[in-house]
Design a protein around this ligand. Structure first.
Ligand code: NAP
Length: 265
């Protein structure tokens, strides 16, 4: 098995990465940063986002495993003191591969179309003030948006920024996109729906810039600044992300443990 490790960079994560390499070598795993089959993320959910974007170019050929060094993560199943157990599982049995949907955007600028995948979400914000955008669903005008921004999240990203905006938590088996508003302006002149919207896989939405504006586009944790976005087409990607599961950890147990704070009895 060829593997790569991405760690958060703090002392604990770096030392766990070192321990992982030692244990992996004993089991005959091959360290291969360019073309791994399995990518181990050591840190938190933010580290898994980093690992995802490091290997997004070979997303069809790689599976992720998360080890958390802080609190339980949505993408990180294993605790720091379970390293040996994890390596033993990896050596002894093939994992269950769990696939989660991704979001895709095609950003149309004056001279190019840029395509990106997100594991959690895409976030658009106005840099100099109110973001003014037309939102079309399936090529028909849905609403005119004025406000701080728009978040387009995946099901597994629904527990991140989307949740802070009052969006619904969506099980990752539901192939969908969620559109959530950040502080929309609603009065007698300007009107948006207000609630978040869930689009199924066969639908798409376009966010069309309706003034000359600088737009901050975040692709998960990666921020970009654009001056010439014309429109952004958002859809459920045809690619999926794979997680290697060596023991079950149901999504609703993660939600309960992360947000409500109690373990299974
Ligand atoms: P960060 O600001 O350092 O951390 C954001 C927090 O979100 C961390 O606690 C992270 O967990 C957690 N997180 C990441 N993915 C999650 C998921 N799928 N479900 C539940 N929690 C999740 O930023 P970062 O580490 O670079 O992560 C970028 C993410 O931050 C973005 O994708 C966005 O979802 C989130 N964010 C949230 C808000 C908000 O809620 N108001 C605002 C901006 C961005 P770990 O500590 O385990 O890494």
């Amino acid at each position: 098995m060829r593997y790569a490790v991405i760690d958060r960079g703090d002392e604990l994560s770096k030392s766990l990465a070192q321990q992982f390499h030692t244990l992996a070598e004993k089991r005959g795993f091959v360290r291969h940063s360019d073309q791994p089959d399995i990518v181990i993320s050591i840190g938190g959910d933010g580290t898994l986002l980093e690992a995802f974007h490091t290997y997004v170019h070979r997303i069809a050929n790689v599976a992720f495993v998360g080890i958390h060094t802080g609190h339980l993560g949505f993408y990180a199943d294993w605790k720091a003191d379970e390293l040996e157990e994890l390596v033993a599982h990896m050596a002894e049995k093939p994992p269950q591969i769990v696939k989660y949907p991704l979001a895709q955007i095609e950003v149309e600028t004056s001279d190019a179309t840029l395509t990106y995948l997100a594991l959690n979400e895409f976030t658009l914000k106005g840099v100099d003030g109110t973001l003014v955008a037309q939102i079309d669903i399936n090529d028909e005008l849905f609403e005119m948006f004025r406000g701080d921004g728009i978040v387009i999240s995946t099901p597994s990203g629904s527990t991140a920024y989307n949740k802070s905006l009052g969006g619904a938590i969506v099980h990752p088996s539901i192939q969908s996109l969620q559109i959530a508003e950040i502080a929309s302006i609603n009065n007698r002149v300007f009107r948006t729906l207000g609630s978040s919207v869930l689009l199924p896989k066969h639908h798409h939405c376009d966010i069309i810039s309706r003034k000359e504006q600088r737009i901050q586009l975040a692709i998960d944790h990666i921020n970009q600044m654009h001056t010439d976005i014309r429109s952004i087409r958002c859809s459920v990607a045809s690619n999926v992300v794979s997680f290697a599961r060596y023991r079950p950890f149901p999504f609703w147990n993660r939600v309960r443990e992360a947000f409500l704070g109690y373990d299974v009895k």
